[in-house]
Design a protein around this ligand. Structure first.
Ligand code: CO
Ligand code: ZN
Length: 329
């Protein structure tokens, strides 16, 4: 699974600029689904059909987009000012590198003294090449962070575990799932980081009986971390509540039952700040019973998002077990 994860987490794809990551996902799932479509927003919807009359429809959704930055102003010396795409923290950016769609890599600098907490407006991107005064980059161009995947024993660190690790889980489930009695739509959604936009239109099209988002969640297991009972390596987390959604109890029960059956550890998650595609799925049409299976992740929305491979593999097992039986809700 590591090689798929590596490709996914190192790929470019800030919200609204998912062409490259989408092409990669389409390649990875080639031949694994009965039907694959890309909708107007750019969501990938891959169906595995049961062939059964009256089968329930299950929608899984992992978002392919990542946080990033967008150029707002190019000054006379070619330095780029920018705004965030999704929740980027200024304190994590100085000295980091970003890559634009055309491959141009820039370094992030800060005005004046480095020894203080900067505002985003005090940062700039340096794409100078020593030759051309005007860069090729224009206002409106978007960049993602640059980082290679690091594998340290069971721990994986990368720039966009959020939510390429969810995409990797779905791809692995697609690879291993042979015959579900449910019609399963694997959605690789766009524009999650700017407001769950892709999942909303995809859920409207899929019209699922139940929806499950696969995404990262925060943990409480770091020095002076928030009081939160989720930690790395203790199993995937079954979301009960986050700031955008109360999970449907039926979906929570389905996932807990699947974890017991598969004999894998899992954790119950209440996340105080943040939400997932499940919040959007829940509110389409006349409402959808929705929940979320989370991969515990340290340092979310930094270039060093860190997960435990055992949690990832156990999430795959949980979903395979859940999908093997007809879902009843
Ligand atoms: Co995120
Ligand atoms: Zn996410």
């Amino acid at each position: 699974m590591i090689e798929t994860i590596r490709k996914l987490v190192e790929a470019y794809g800030p919200s609204g600029h998912e062409d490259q990551i989408r092409a990669l996902i389409l390649e990875e799932i080639d031949g694994l689904a009965d039907e694959v479509t890309v909708d107007a927003l750019g969501n990938v919807i891959a169906w595995k059909r049961s062939g059964r009359e009256g089968a329930k429809k299950v929608m899984l959704s992992a978002h392919m987009d990542e946080i990033g930055v967008m150029v707002t102003h190019v000054d006379e010396d070619g330095f780029l000012r920018f705004t965030g795409i999704g929740g980027v923290y200024a304190s994590t950016l100085i000295g980091n590198r970003v890559r634009f769609a055309d491959g141009t890599v820039g370094a992030i600098g800060v005005e004046g003294d480095m020894n203080r907490k900067p505002a985003l407006s005090e940062l700039y991107i340096d794409v100078s090449d020593g030759k051309n005064r005007k860069p090729r980059i224009r206002v409106g161009d978007a960049a993602g962070m640059v980082r290679d995947l690091v594998v340290r024993g069971d721990r994986l660190t990368a720039k966009s575990m959020d939510d390429r690790i969810g995409c990797a889980v779905q791809i692995e489930v697609m690879r291993q799932l042979s015959g579900s009695p449910n019609d399963v739509a694997f959605v690789f959604s766009v524009q999650e980081e700017v407001g769950l936009r892709g999942a909303r239109t995809a859920a409207h099209a899929v019209d699922p009986d139940i929806g499950i988002a696969i995404d990262v969640t925060r943990t409480g297991d770091t020095p002076k971390g928030v009081k939160m009972d989720v930690k790395l390596g203790a199993g995937p987390a079954i979301k009960i509540k986050d700031s955008g959604m109360l999970a449907a109890p039926e979906v929570v029960a389905l996932m807990e039952k699947a974890a017991r059956k598969a004999r894998i550890p899992c954790q119950r998650e209440v996340l105080v700040r943040g939400t997932t595609d499940a919040a959007a799925m829940q509110l389409v049409r006349a409402g959808v019973r929705a929940g979320c299976l989370s991969i515990p992740c340290r340092y979310v929305h930094t270039t060093s998002e860190t997960v435990d491979l055992n949690d990832v593999q156990n999430a795959v097992k949980l979903l395979l077990t859940l999908l093997k039986e007809p879902v009843r809700v």
